[in-house]
Design a binder for this molecule. Structure first.
Ligand code: ADP
Length: 325
């Protein structure tokens, strides 16, 4: 049985924005699934509907076979949600945050306290159990959000952009914790716009763009599509047309050529061939980053997507490249 099954989900917000347009995908039991896409693609809306925070326009969601409409409580009790932002009171104590959450799901106090201890130890916050949340570092607060989501022992953990805007150490620590949680049998679905995050952590991935799932597959299958690199080469003098033709490139300026290079061919052979024709390359950059290249393959040419932010780590630049493990 799937941990999550989403069928033909649509959402039109007041004012007419069509955020989702027939989204369907499944997350297997114990799977680690990334919902990957640029800003405005519909990730948060999808997560919001699954978590019962956003009202869908049409479609169905079921969690371990429980329909979210007809078996709402049963479905919800199987889900733990980690929101994007900290939303606990800054004066609440760490231990109480987890115990109270378990209480909300009907767990008896004694059991909730036991459960809270177990989880806080697991996320390495037990030492901080009596601290007020405002005393925690950013990384600790993030771990507390995860601990709280696990309070009622959900079988599916949902995280909305768990590492957006966090520094590299917190990101790594969060990744380690999520791996641990997944290894213990909890299915995880997270939203991200870092290809690297999906690649490093997850087994399966759904790419979403303009409110539609472009593909839902395994990470391995997805990465096998990324077999070409689109580059721009700069020479110190005019590049002869024959050189561009021989390599299958396109001259976009007298000294500038665009080229698609298959990994099997390798960049060295390109440089050697140009060198043999007397063309000296003084600079190179990637025309598209890897996710954009994947988009090109998957959508047949539409590389840019819904309103990428200037500093978007995947769609607007390659800042995330340095974070790769
Ligand atoms: P993502 O999480 O992938 O960035 P969202 O689900 O937040 O995407 O947004 C999808 C689309 O829906 C965007 O065009 C966004 O502007 C719009 N949208 C999101 N929330 C609302 C809302 N509360 N009211 C109106 N439009 C919204």
């Amino acid at each position: 049985m799937d941990a999550l099954s989403v069928r033909e989900l649509s959402k039109v917000y007041k004012g007419g924005v069509k955020a989702l347009d027939g989204v369907s995908f499944s997350v297997g039991e114990g799977d680690f699934y990334a919902l990957l896409g640029p800003n405005g693609a519909g990730k948060s809306t999808t997560i919001g509907i699954i978590a019962g925070l956003v009202r869908k326009t049409s479609g169905t969601v079921s969690v371990f076979g429980r329909d979210l409409d007809s078996s709402t409580m049963a479905a919800k009790s199987l889900i733990g949600l980690v929101p994007q932002d900290f939303d606990f009171s800054q004066f609440d104590r760490v231990f109480d945050v987890v115990v109270n959450q378990a209480g909300l799901y009907g767990m008896r106090r004694a059991l909730a306290r036991q459960r809270a201890e177990q989880i806080l130890r697991r996320v390495e916050l037990w030492e901080k159990r009596n601290a007020e949340t405002r005393e925690l570092s950013g990384g600790m607060k993030r771990r507390l959000l995860i601990a709280r989501a696990l309070a009622h022992n959900p079988k599916l953990l949902i995280l909305d952009e768990p590492t957006a805007g966090v520094d590299i150490n917190v990101r790594r620590a969060t990744w380690d914790l999520l791996r641990l949680i997944n290894r213990s049998g909890t299915a995880i679905i997270l939203t991200t716009h870092y290809l690297e995050e999906a690649e490093t952590l997850c087994r399966s991935v759904g790419i979403i763009n303009h409110g539609r799932i472009v593909t839902s597959t395994t990470i391995d299958d997805l990465m096998s599509l990324a077999e070409k690199e689109d580059i721009i080469l700069y020479s110190d003098s005019a590049i002869p047309t024959e050189a561009a033709e021989r390599l299958g490139g396109t001259l976009v300026g007298a000294r500038t050529m665009e080229l698609s290079v298959a990994h099997s061919r390798g960049l060295n052979s390109v440089f050697a061939e140009l060198d043999s024709m007397g063309v000296r390359i003084i600079g190179m950059k990637n025309r598209l980053n890897r996710l954009e290249s994947l988009f090109m393959h998957l959508t047949g040419g539409e590389a840019k997507s819904s309103a990428p932010a200037e500093d978007d780590p995947v769609f607007g630049g390659d800042a995330a490249e340095g974070d790769r493990e």
